[in-house]
Design a binder for this molecule. Structure first.
Ligand code: ITT
Length: 199
């Protein structure tokens, strides 16, 4: 029987990326939505991606009797002192849409010149089982913020983020390309070593 891992994100796009990134492992990958049970809402009140990822993984692991993989991620923009950072999903307001968050970021950046638009995507993965943390891993992806939305694939800030060394936004590339160089790809590569050790 295959070993199971539960991806504890409520973000469908993150879930899809993580599933693809794990598909070279001999695992049954489940999502919260596959489990027919009441799942608690986790308040993300940590000061870092790491604290939030750990809180999500530990909380779900106390309710679900399987290995849990949680992702906390976001975008840090240099000209904005690292914002939106841990508030990336709720930058414009609580429960903001990607469109609202991108519009707010572009508005704040409208007078920032070309050379000063550096930003970094960060992803921290935490893995837990039965209330115990098995490990964490981190990935970063550097790039720049554009002046307008470009492309339709991906999610979140992908239409305004161009990875360093490329000329197109993540949303203009195929998902398989993003999955080769993204912050999430890097974090999951390291997370696989934790999974191999414990599962
Ligand atoms: P869960 O907590 O349930 O996993 P969430 O969407 O609230 O879902 P986060 O708190 O980690 O997850 O917030 C992540 C936000 O950061 C996400 O909503 C996007 O706005 C942004 N983000 C993270 N990774 C991204 C990526 O690969 N591409 C574009 N935007 C990304």
């Amino acid at each position: 029987m295959k070993k199971k891992i539960v991806i504890s994100t409520t973000n469908r796009n993150k879930k899809r990326e993580i599933e693809k990134l794990l598909n070279d492992m001999d695992l049954e990958v489940l999502a919260l939505s596959d489990l027919k049970m009441h799942i608690p809402h986790v308040i993300e009140d940590g000061k870092t991606f790491r604290q939030n990822a750990i809180k999500k993984a530990l909380t779900f692991s106390r309710y679900i009797n399987e290995t849990i993989l949680a992702d906390d991620s976001g975008l840090m923009v240099e000209a904005l002192g690292g914002k939106p950072g841990i508030r990336s999903s709720r930058f414009a307001r609580a429960k903001a849409t990607d469109k609202e968050n991108n519009a707010k970021l572009l508005q704040l950046m409208k007078n920032v010149p070309h050379g000063k638009r550096q930003a970094t995507f960060a992803c921290v993965i935490a893995i837990a089982k039965n209330g115990a943390l098995l490990g964490t891993s981190e990935g970063l992806c550097r790039g720049t913020i554009g002046f307008e939305l470009k492309g339709k694939s991906g999610f979140g800030y992908d239409p305004i983020f161009t990875p360093k060394g490329y000329k197109h936004t993540f949303a203009e590339f195929k998902p398989s390309f993003k999955n080769r160089i993204s912050h999430r790809a890097e974090a999951l590569k390291k997370a696989k070593l934790i999974i191999q050790k414990y599962l």
